[in-house]
Design a protein around this ligand. Structure first.
Ligand code: GLN
Length: 442
């Protein structure tokens, strides 16, 4: 009894400390000081003692699940997402709900109704997005790991900018039941942590078949044992690098760090193989056209009657842009011109990526093409913001697994190395990330 009381006091103290330090960083929207999310958790389990933050678009029963928007400012989730049920059943300690770009639309964390999040690894700059709080809370040491969602890079982009590990699994490996959708055919929940083992452990817990998600995959149990199976061996691994990466990286410093990381992989016994991705540049327009249409449809439920406010009345500029463009593109007379073309381009990109991957074990390259800008920098042209996503969106279009691992710094700003695998080769991607971390980042 006494021991339990002490533990509660200890946690209260930790939460107060987080609250105080987070005033500057703004990584949390809700800190669960009342313990609503910890009421019915298992006494023992694989996540015992781990402090976990949840992106605000994943439903946690009894907590405000806002999706970073005024639309859902006062929405209290009435049930747990499948991933949350699983965390609770393994004794994971949920600390609160994390900041994010509004409805996950953004690459900087600045579109949140709850204000921008700072980057703990390079203060004054954006942490990336849309899972801005998920990366910043891990980088600041507030939590051990967090959940994010990745529709076009929203886990990998902020993980790279904040210098932490981020992983997006193969589409269908983690249930989306209870995730506030942005673009359903692209959305995937994944994990962030300071090391590959913790990110893999959380992934191991949250993944698995879920009959409540129609796109959930039913795979052999052994598939899901990510942290148990981690193997750091890099020797003999065939790793592809595309010359298009060099062309599209906008920052010399990033190019140098990524090149250095590829050399390191080679020095550890991996074979580096040049591959081509000639249509890589097409990935951005293809992604955004797909997103506009699906996002428009996803937001029709926010009509002011069921959940909070009517979205068009209260949302920010970026969300409104996507709704209006989605509406326009979805009109019958335009569907052949834009959406059908975007779907065709999507299969071109998927085929190109997977034929490149057939020649190698994984691809390695940059996660983001440019350094995180200073918070508040005026960006008038949305395409300048979208440009952050060039290297992350292809795998969402194709459903492949990909992760990012810190591989160095330029001007004191973290740079992440992205590893991309074939569909269902999640373990291999994690293994290469683990190998790189063990060999070079310890
Ligand atoms: N930055 C991308 C966008 O704004 C990706 C967002 C995401 O993955 N949720 O659409």
């Amino acid at each position: 009894m006494e021991c339990k009381a002490m533990k509660t006091n200890e946690l209260e103290r930790v939460l107060e400390e987080i609250e105080e330090k987070d005033e500057r960083i703004n990584s949390f929207i809700v800190i669960d000081k009342e313990g609503i999310s910890r009421r019915n958790i298992a006494k023992k389990g694989r996540l015992m003692h781990l402090k976990i933050g949840i992106k605000s678009n994943i439903c946690v029963e009894g907590l405000r699940t806002t999706a970073g928007s005024k639309t859902l400012e006062n929405y209290i989730a009435p049930y747990d997402a499948t991933v949350i049920e699983k965390i609770k059943s393994e004794a994971g300690m949920i600390i609160g709900m994390l900041n994010m770009d509004e409805f996950a639309c953004g690459s900087s964390g600045e579109t949140s109704y709850f204000g921008p999040t700072d980057n703990p690894s390079c203060p004054g700059r954006i942490p990336g997005g849309s899972s801005s709080g998920s990366a910043a809370s891990v980088a600041a040491g507030f939590v051990d790991c967090s959940l994010g969602s990745d529709t076009g890079g929203s886990i990998r982009n902020p993980a790279s900018h904040c210098g932490v590990v981020g992983f997006k699994p193969t589409y269908g490996v983690v249930s989306r039941y209870g995730l506030i959708d942005m673009a359903m055919s692209l959305d995937q929940i994944g994990t962030l942590a300071r090391d590959v083992r913790t990110a893999s452990l959380l992934l191991e817990v949250i993944s698995g078949y879920d009959p409540r998600d129609g796109t959930s995959l039913n795979l052999d149990k052994k598939f899901y044992q990510f942290s148990r199976n981690l193997n750091p061996n890099l020797k003999g691994k065939r790793i592809g690098y595309a010359e298009e990466f060099d062309k599209l990286i906008q920052d010399k410093g990033i190019k140098k760090v990524i090149r250095g990381a590829i050399d390191k992989l080679s020095s550890a016994g991996a074979e580096i193989i040049e591959i081509d991705l000639p249509n890589l540049e097409m990935a951005l327009p293809t992604y955004y056209l797909n997103v506009y249409v699906e996002f428009f449809s996803a937001t029709r439920k926010y009509d002011g009657r069921r959940y909070g406010y009517r979205i068009e009345d209260v949302c920010g500029e970026e969300v409104l842009r996507r709704i209006l463009l989605g509406k326009f593109i979805s009109q019958k007379e335009h569907s052949g011109k834009y959406y059908r073309k975007a779907l065709m381009a999507r299969s071109v990109i998927r085929n190109e990526l997977n034929s490149a991957l057939n020649k190698v074990d994984v691809l390695a390259g940059p996660t983001v093409p440019k350094l995180p800008h200073r918070i508040g920098t005026k960006i008038k042209d949305p395409r300048v913001m979208y440009a952050y996503d060039i290297f992350t969106v292809p795998v969402n279009l194709s459903g492949n697994p990909a992760g990012t691992i810190p591989c160095g710094k330029t001007n004191g700003i973290p740079v992440g190395l992205q590893i991309i695998g074939r569909p269902l080769q999640d373990q291999l991607v994690l293994d290469i990330m683990f190998g790189f971390e063990q060999e070079f980042m310890k």
